[in-house]
Design a protein around this ligand. Structure first.
Ligand code: PAF
Length: 282
């Protein structure tokens, strides 16, 4: 049976008990509204740990003005079932007051420089500051040995890696593969905002990244491949925020050098914003 914990003292007691018994503790942070992608993170955490805590917290500080904080789906009962099914031992369900005891205006902020300036960081100012601010708290609250993050939020993972190294958090990070629907659309809680016709269109984002990979591997320049993919998406009805090919560390990719690359895209269908990425070798 999964245990739902909303008191920090109880969470600490539970995790300390496991550690004193010599058990390794895994952690999966989520904002709830869980789908098969999240469950795969919990299953992967189980492979790396004896006990798994998953947090469910819709973090107000990582939503910009006009973003979907208010309407973000809150489905705690179903989340508990999904976590239990995936093998989590505890659901950490803090209130906003527990997370931000000085209120959301009195927050000690964690801000990662550099990698937060591009891509999502450029299009969602302050978003990553909210993510690192809450993930640092979650790490301190849960005190896990290992945490699992999905590769779908590719830049988020890079930002968290930077923070963990810079602040010397005693935690191992594990990156989990993207889980996709049958037509290739990366699983996301935001997919349910899509109208039936937009849902059909949405898989084009994955196809355009696959085409980008093929074009680059066939010798097309990175800039031309980015432009083609953006045009393909715009033609399919997306409002494109970016298609960009970078080094895996998200620095600018050398125009010609062989080696690993990542192509990332963010595009909107109506008011729903989708992101996706694909890693490959040239
Ligand atoms: O990836 C997410 O769902 C969130 O950004 C996270 C890591 C749970 C922080 O709120």
């Amino acid at each position: 049976m999964i245990e739902t914990i909303s008191e920090l003292a109880l969470l600490r007691e539970r995790v300390l008990g496991w550690k004193q018994a010599g058990l390794r503790v895994g952690f999966v942070p989520t904002m709830g509204n869980l789908h098969a992608g999240h469950q795969s993170l919990v299953r992967l955490a189980r492979e790396h740990a004896d006990r798994v805590v998953a947090s469910v917290f819709v973090n107000p500080t990582q939503f910009g003005p006009g973003e979907d904080y208010e309407r973000y789906p809150r489905t705690v009962e179903a989340d508990m079932t999904a976590l239990e099914e995936a093998g989590a031992d505890a659901m950490w369900l803090p209130s906003v007051e527990t997370m931000y005891p000085h209120g959301t205006q009195g927050v000690v902020e964690i801000r990662v420089p550099g990698v937060t300036a591009v891509l999502e960081g450029a299009h969602r100012p302050g978003h990553f500051d909210g993510v690192t601010t809450v993930v640092a708290r979650l790490f301190n609250q849960v005190q896990a040995d290992v945490a699992v993050f999905g590769r779908k939020d590719y830049q988020q993972l890079a930002v968290i890696r930077y923070m963990v190294r810079d602040l010397a958090f005693p935690i191992e990070l594990v990156a989990a593969p993207i889980i996709r629907e049958a037509d290739g659309l990366a699983m996301s809680s935001r997919n349910q905002y899509l109208s039936p016709s937009d849902r059909q269109t949405a898989a084009a984002i994955h196809r355009s990244l696959q085409d980008t990979r093929e074009a680059v591997m066939a010798g097309m320049s990175l800039r031309a491949a980015e432009k083609d993919a953006a045009a393909q998406l715009a033609g399919a009805g997306f409002a494109v925020d970016y298609v960009a090919i970078h080094h895996p560390d998200l620095s600018a990719a050398d125009a010609d050098a062989a080696g690993p690359l990542v192509a990332l895209a963010a595009a909107r269908l109506g008011s729903t914003r989708l992101i996706d990425n694909i890693e490959f070798e040239r």
